[in-house]
Design a protein around this ligand. Structure first.
Ligand SMILES: [Zn+2]
Ligand SMILES: [Zn+2]
Length: 87
């Protein structure tokens, strides 16, 4: 999942469309970096699946076979421009 990350506070920003990203935390349009956002299960450390419901997002761990709450999953950001030099 590609998301804009605020360079001031390191939080995920709101996509306002047309490459406009608003940081709810800073309450302004801040400089950002696009990163790959991956969520991991707090219990087993496996990647969790994002399940979009009506207006809400939840996470499902295939390994634990149960829903994990948004507050519990561990969210990590990965740089998109990391290249494997051996290619
Ligand atoms: Zn911010
Ligand atoms: Zn799990």
């Amino acid at each position: 999942m590609k998301k804009a990350i605020c360079q001031k506070c390191n939080n995920i920003m709101r996509d306002k469309g047309e490459s406009n990203y608003f940081c709810k935390c800073c309450d302004e349009y801040t400089p950002y970096e696009i990163k790959d956002v991956i969520n991991f299960c707090d219990r087993c450390g496996e990647k969790v699946e994002v399940i979009k419901g009506c207006g809400s997002i939840s996470f499902f761990c295939n390994n634990c076979n149960e829903l994990r709450s948004k507050k519990k999953v561990e969210t990590k950001y990965f740089d998109l421009n990391v290249k494997h030099s051996e290619d």
